[in-house]
Design a protein around this ligand. Sequence first.
Ligand code: FES
Length: 154
Amino acid sequence: MSDNGTFEPVIVGFLCNWCSYRAADLAGTSRMGYPATLRDIRIMCTGRLDPTFVLRALQKGADAVLIMGCHPGQCHYQEGNYKAIRRFALLRRTLRQMGIDDARVQLHWASAAEGVQFAQTVARVTEEIKALGPLDWPHNWPNEDPYALQEANS
Ligand code: FES
């Protein structure tokens, strides 16, 4: 919550170093305005994103997770984002079964030159999450620790 009591979501952003992280930089250096709701985490490629990172972020209090990387066909590791697409589909199915709205975990693309698109995506996702309200997973799922469950099963 902000100081005036309005809900300001916490969105964890997993950003590919080569494209989306640079798009975020461009948005910043170009002084494009967008909501300060994103907590950036730089990863080398969306293909590096382990789905448990997403579960962990939600379990630790994020209201949403935004995954952003190079456009399909432009991954610096050839196929990383194609792997991310496949993993994302499985992750989304799992999250649906847990009652998590699709809007709370999103996958988008932004090249290093797409600072405007980056800023617009963050603004749009922020509005969607504001409309949904807080996830508050630790409170709503007091006995559910997906990360612990995953560790116990491995
Ligand atoms: Fe950017 Fe793979 S290097 S998604």
